[in-house]
Design a protein around this ligand. Structure first.
Ligand code: BDP
Length: 686
């Protein structure tokens, strides 16, 4: 199989009894009247697509069912079957995206009700039902209700209009090619289906680095085409957003300045917003990368981020639009000889003083760590530090620094660690999970966003197993209390096969994969050591003497970045005192982040009992061995998984093995030569 259907395969139900049960409930669908191209229409399409595959029937869609057993779908209260008194008082239905699945018997008729608080919620309910069926769950006597934890559940694409994707590892853009918009591509609908099935409700389609061609997306030249994407998304409950160039006024040659306090600039954006909303009445808003990595911003005019963001916020406000203002702001032109500045501090130093100055429809978009999506980083101290400013957390699904979809790296456990982190900003229990839900500070808008990992490869994500990150991302945003294992198991079942052996193998492998990748790449939280710009494969000093601020400070005595208040950059002080104390102190700093916070000799003994140098050697040898082990486990599945996917994955695993050997040998050799300390076990180091 190509993998194109991803987790919406709807494999035939093999158990006859179950199939009969599903048929009885779904052969007739009471849907009332509904509009074409609405989420309800999408829900019905999905049922019509799925049921023939799952159970070999084509359902009948009716307004008034005369049969004794059926499926009733719709917004709560929209028909007699979905009356609130029958559904019962369900808290979920007080959330606009909440839904109920319930079997009801009334006047000699039995039906399975999928009642949503909105049309979009009904669509989510239908996907839920199909997920249950695809997993072989009984749907007799069902009674469940669901609502999402986060209101903003976003996906960011880093797609360029020439069709390339910044940090894309799965082919080219599905939205753009040669500066044209692929608005009629059938792939857009399938993509919207995949996203809606995991609850995504907002999406940017273009890169945060907005150059001239993409600036035209907000002009009359391209808006009609953009509106076509928005129409597809709308029918799946997804709002379309665009990334804009902060200096679009200049880029389009319409006003010669981008000063946010200049009346002409303000007026230009107000008109622009009008124009955009005329084309797309439910347009979501703008995402902006300003004064970051050579992108223009308000600094040029001596203004700050609040001035810049609010200027756009004001323009969008009359239409209910939002501004996501990214906090990935640091000096990327620093002089490496002057290492007194610390890139990790930058976001907090720039934004914290601005708390309370941003408009209500402005949301700060904060990367999960203070650096840049490394395999291991502490949680950004900025998240939760601004009680009076809306915020979303930004994750990276695309595996820029985690193996570029050639290596397996299941990221759900990493994101869960971030979400469970207790910032203590308002005492115990101030976890990232609750802050992002707006439960700690009374945000008007909050949630989670992430840079996605798809392209036009047949299987969407390059590596088949990388689909699990996309699936898991959506599931986690709906319910962050799901375990990483459960998400992996659900995904494996839906995507691969009902074989318990296959599922178990996939779950176990996925669960270990992040740790495996970490073990043969840069050690103990220090990060980087990758080929500059490309960010794949080992290059230990690749960034060490460059302007990007990403250093490890290895010399013949030791390694690590001293970020303490006592003798380092003072970064630790950006955390609440309790947490700062844990990181500040060598005794309490967790091993996995040791080199992020401290510079230590190679002979420093970790909590694990090993020296730093021996830890480096051991993990690097083990990492490669663990890849070998998982290849042998995968090979046991030959014949259990379709040949196409089996071979594709095997090929990628072998590539991962070769590359992990490079990492092992280059890292071990480097540290052996720097330190002159031999491996206790006398293994080969070059
Ligand atoms: C870095 C990427 C770069 C992005 C930047 C960003 O290397 O391509 O433009 O993040 O988030 O991780 O803006």
């Amino acid at each position: 199989l190509s993998g194109y259907e991803a987790w919406l395969r709807y494999d035939k139900v093999k158990d006859d009894q179950l199939a009969a049960q599903y048929q009885a409930w779904t052969a007739t669908i009471a849907a009332g009247s509904y509009k074409q191209a609405s989420p309800i229409a999408s829900a019905i399409n999905e049922l019509q697509l799925a049921l023939p595959k799952l159970i070999g029937i084509t359902p009948q869609v009716v307004i008034e069912p005369s049969v004794k057993q059926f499926l009733a779908i719709g917004v709560v209260g929209s028909s007699a079957y979905l009356d609130e008194s029958l559904i019962g008082p369900m808290a979920a239905l007080s959330h606009n995206e909440g839904y109920v699945l319930k079997t009801i018997t009334k006047d000699e008729q039995s039906y399975l009700a999928i009642a949503g608080a909105s049309e979009q919620a009904v669509l989510y309910g239908v996907f839920h039902l199909l997920r249950l069926m695809a997993q072989g769950e009984s749907i007799d006597a069902i009674s469940l209700s669901e609502q999402p934890k986060y209101n903003l559940r976003m996906i960011n694409h880093w797609d360029n209009m020439d069709g390339s994707i910044e940090r894309g590892y799965a082919g080219r853009s599905i939205f753009f090619n040669k500066n044209e918009l692929l608005a009629d591509s059938p792939r857009i609908v399938d993509y919207a289906r995949l996203m809606a099935s995991i609850g995504i409700n907002g999406m940017t389609i273009n890169n945060v680095n907005v150059h001239r061609p993409e600036t035209f997306l907000i002009t009359e030249k391209l808006l009609p085409q953009v509106a076509k994407f928005a129409a597809v998304f709308r029918s799946y409950g997804i709002k379309l957003f665009l990334c804009v160039n902060y200096a679009a006024t200049i880029e389009l040659g319409e006003v010669e300045t981008a000063d946010p306090l200049d009346a002409r600039v303000k007026e230009w954006w107000k008109q622009k917003a009008k124009e955009v909303y005329a084309a797309i009445p439910d347009f979501g808003g703008f995402v902006v990368k300003a004064d970051s990595e050579n992108r223009p911003g308000p600094f040029t005019y001596g203004r700050d981020h609040a001035d810049g963001a609010n200027m756009l916020g004001e323009a969008l406000k009359p239409f209910g639009g939002l501004v996501f203002w990214r906090c990935f702001v640091y000096n990327c032109h620093q002089d490496w000889r002057d290492r007194s500045t610390d890139r990790a501090r930058a976001a907090y130093d720039h934004f914290k003083p601005l708390d309370g100055r941003f408009l209500d429809n402005v949301i700060l978009q904060i990367k999960n760590g203070p650096m840049d999506f490394q395999v291991r980083e502490p949680v950004s101290p900025l998240f939760g530090a601004m009680p009076n400013t809306n915020a979303v957390m930004e994750f990276q699904i695309t595996q820029e620094y985690t193996g570029q979809q050639r290596h397996v790296c299941y990221l759900i456990p990493q994101w869960k660690e971030v979400l469970e982190f207790d910032t203590k900003v308002k005492g115990e229990g101030s976890t990232v999970k609750e802050i992002a839900a707006g439960n700690i500070h009374p945000y008007t808008h909050s949630g989670i966003t992430a840079v996605t990992n798809i392209g036009d490869d047949a299987n969407w994500t390059g590596h088949h197993l990388a689909q699990s990150n996309l699936y898991g991302y959506g599931r986690l945003l709906w319910n962050p209390d799901l375990s990483s294992e459960d998400i992996a198991a659900e995904w494996a079942r839906l995507t691969f096969s009902e074989s318990a052996v296959v599922q178990q193998m996939l779950v176990d492998f996925l669960m270990e994969s992040w740790s495996i990748y970490e073990s043969y790449t840069s050690p103990l939280g220090v990060g980087w050591m990758v080929t500059p710009h490309y960010h794949y494969g080992p290059d230990i000093d690749g960034y060490e003497y460059s302007k990007w601020g990403t250093y490890h400070f290895a010399d013949h005595k030791g390694i690590g970045v001293n970020r303490t208040v006592a003798s380092g950059t003072g970064y630790t002080s950006q955390y609440q005192p309790d947490i700062a104390a844990v990181y500040e102190n060598l005794e309490t700093c967790p091993d996995e982040l040791l080199l992020f916070f401290h510079h230590v000799p190679y002979t420093h003994v970790l909590h694990s009992g090993k020296t730093v140098i021996q830890h480096i050697y051991d993990t690097h040898f083990q990492g490669v061995e663990r890849v070998e082990y998982w290849i042998s486990r995968w090979q046991q599945l030959e014949g259990e998984v379709d040949a196409e996917r089996y071979n594709h994955i095997l090929g990628r695993l072998q590539h991962q093995l070769e590359n992990s050997k490079d990492w092992r040998d280059i890292i071990n050799t480097y540290f052996y030569r720097k330190s002159g300390i031999a491996d206790e076990q006398g293994r080969t180091i070059y």
